[in-house]
Design a binder for this molecule. Structure first.
Ligand code: 7RM
Length: 649
């Protein structure tokens, strides 16, 4: 009964391209398998060796302590500093003068920082923060646009041993206030504004509103980016760039315990107040370091671009900590993918000769919709590897990414992980593992993942169930800030403390490949058959007339639940009854009559979170004709939902 029926069929498979394999650091399946086996059977040896590749201030005495399960301790006794791992270690090597951050602003201003320059900026910023009393253990909220100072802010906090709590620059004053209060933050780093689609996003103004009446924050550090007028509280506000100009470019990194908290990052669960996910220093760095090295197969001359905002975990792990720990050159872009034109990303790829690109399915589907010509008019010959993260990627979008963006030349790494896992968990290694469109493929080193039923019994090939992890891994969350009980309850109670479970459904195919089926809260039940919304969406999107689809259950007297689909049609496709019928038949043919949508709603856009994930829980209300009374604070564009609700009336 507890099984999720899998109905999606996808038989294509692509071997790692020979040219890629030639230089890849892991370039055959046997090596991957052997390393994975060892990482599971001898985790302490495996992770001890990896960890020793990082510069420790004092060596660790033990590798793993799981005695206070479910709170793991990794690298006990070891001391290190995250900013020294990312910067200082490279200063005595040739990487000293290598570009660390290659920034382009939305208006087209370009600025790059070598490792030596980034180190100086981070030291200056740390000194400016310390001057105003920021110290080890303090919590510092960061609310900034995607400019280099944002990356420096994370590293400056880390240098001092202060705990950063980045709040995505699109969040409201209320969201900031809640997070500042929950974390007990005593300082905030922000900017006057940031550029977004030709307009100034007035960040300082939002911070002022958020902090009205809060007196726990002693200082607001402001980076002047857009030079818009801002209110100024002489006692509280500090011009950060001016303070940095007068500060020393040297600052010794604080020696942090491996288990000292590096940062908090809030994620909104489906219910209740946002959870401050707590990551610590040693394990998080080891995890992000190793995944960056192997999943992106980083080479000395790569130009690596992760398009996420640093306000999300993807930006923390794969713009800042992981790539910098590897000494990579990272592109950072301030603006939107379609401003001032829909080819902006590809223009940047051409201009900066990007070789490794990591983005999200939602962006890929948007580019498909805007038209191939915006991609193909730019030179993409520098690209050698493509990655995706954030949502299941439907095979059609995967194939488009491969053929149109990557010209059939680049492997694709579909990486499954979560804010809570800190680092990539399930992914192909691009030189070693054949990929299948829509599959995140195989577990990374140290990840003992399984698909189980409600009782925790492992399911057989192609049986859909709950995705869980059976062993601790270095970059796992250590808890929820201020609420240890909620940590146990949310992630460990489902299987009586035996496994970590964070809410996704999946199946494993006959080759052991994982196919993520979306959040289990999204599963629908038609006449007793439990179906994954993602598989029906994928079938819809495989029709040439569909760009994007969201499927949710709608109460039905006869079948319990009926399939309701929200569909964004391709340009030139006429939404209407005839097209809806064609789509119903298409789904019936692709995956069976059971999954045939009862309702099809055409939409010019779907409601998404600010990180690009479709918010199905809101669509459930729309599908049932109910007013949406749920929390919508993480919604990117409220008007999308309002239009859909209005049409339903
Ligand atoms: C990195 C990130 C986590 C949730 C996760 C999944 C979904 C992420 C994939 C994916 C299918 C993927 N952190 N998810 N990556 N689903 N394939 N490759 O996104 O905390 O913001 O979200 O995102 O449901 O549980 S997150």
């Amino acid at each position: 009964m507890s099984e999720i029926e899998s109905v999606l069929h996808e038989n294509r498979s692509f071997e790692p391209p020979t040219a890629f394999r030639e230089t890849a650091s892991i370039n055959d399946l046997e090596t991957y398998r052997e390393m994975h086996r060892r990482s599971i059977e001898e985790p302490e040896d495996f992770w001890g060796e990896v960890a020793r590749e990082l510069p420790w201030i004092e060596p660790f005495e033990s590798v793993l302590d799981w005695s206070e399960k479910p709170v793991a301790k990794w690298f006990g006794g070891g001391k290190l500093n995250a900013s020294a791992v990312c910067l200082d270690q490279h200063l005595t090597t040739e990487r000293r003068d290598k570009v660390a951050i290659l920034f382009e602003g939305e208006p087209g201003d370009v600025k790059s920082y070598t490792y030596a320059e980034a180190h100086a900026e981070v030291c200056r910023m740390a000194n400016a923060l310390a001057e105003r009393g920021v110290k080890r253990g303090d919590r510092v909220a960061i609310y900034m646009p995607m400019i280099p100072e944002l990356a420096f802010a994370l590293l400056a906090c880390a240098r001092l041993g202060a705990i950063h709590s980045v709040i995505f620059g699109g969040f409201s004053a209320t969201a900031i206030r809640d997070r500042v209060a929950d974390g007990g933050c005593t300082a905030v780093i922000t900017a006057d504004g940031g550029w977004r689609r030709g307009k100034v996003l007035e960040l300082k103004k939002v911070v002022d509103e958020a902090l009205a009446g809060i007196d726990s924050v002693h200082t607001v550090f402001v980076v002047k980016r857009t030079n818009n007028e801002v209110a100024w509280d002489e006692r509280r506000d500090v011009d950060l760039l001016a303070a940095m100009a007068g500060a020393s470019a040297e600052r010794a990194p604080e020696a942090m315990d491996a288990e000292d908290t590096l940062f908090l990052l809030y994620t909104s669960g489906s219910t209740g107040k946002p959870k401050g996910i707590r990551h610590t220093t040693g394990g998080y760095l080891v995890g992000t370091y190793l995944t960056s090295k192997y999943v992106f197969d980083l080479k000395e001359d790569d130009v690596y671009w992760c398009t996420a905002d640093i306000g999300w975990i993807t930006g923390h792990s794969y713009i800042v900590y992981g790539p910098l720990a590897n000494g990579a050159t990272c592109v950072m872009y301030e603006g939107a993918p379609n401003a001032p034109h829909p080819g902006r990303f590809w223009e940047l790829v051409e201009k900066h000769r990007v070789s490794v690109l990591y983005t999200a399915p939602t962006a890929i589907r948007a580019f498909m919709r805007w038209g191939d010509e915006h991609v193909t008019r730019f030179d993409r010959s520098s690209l050698r590897l493509l990655g995706t993260v954030g949502e299941p990627i439907n095979p059609k979008a995967w194939m488009w990414y491969r053929e149109v963006v990557g010209e059939g030349r680049c492997p694709i790494v579909d990486t499954w992980w979560q804010t809570e896992t800190g680092a990539i968990m399930i992914t192909p290694l691009p030189g070693a593992v054949s990929t299948k469109p829509g599959s995140a493929c195989l577990p990374f080193f140290g990840v003992d993942a399984a698909v189980v039923d409600e009782d925790g019994t492992e399911l057989g090939a192609n049986q859909g169930g709950l995705l869980c992890v059976r062993k601790p891994w270095p970059s796992m969350l250590r808890g929820i800030w201020g609420d240890d009980e909620r940590y146990r309850e949310t992630y460990w109670s489902r299987f009586g403390g035996k496994y970590y479970f964070a809410g996704d459904g999946a199946r494993r195919d006959e080759d052991g490949y994982f196919w993520i089926m979306g959040r289990v809260d999204d599963v629908l039940n038609v006449s007793g058959h439990r179906l994954s919304t993602m598989e029906i969406e994928s079938a819809l999107v495989s029709h040439p007339g569909v760009v994007e689809a969201a499927v949710v259950p709608r109460p039905d007297d006869l079948t319990g639940e009926a399939v309701a689909a929200f569909v964004t049609a391709s340009p030139g496709c006429e939404p209407g009854d005839a097209f809806a019928d064609e789509l119903r038949e298409h789904v019936a043919k692709e995956i069976g009559k059971l999954a045939r949508p009862a309702d099809i709603h055409f939409a010019d856009a779907l409601p998404k979170t600010r990180s690009g994930k479709i918010m199905r829980r809101l669509l459930r209300d729309v599908a049932a004709g109910r007013e949406v009374l749920q929390d919508t604070t993480t919604l990117e564009d409220r008007s999308v939902l309002d239009r859909l609700s209005a049409e339903g009336k």
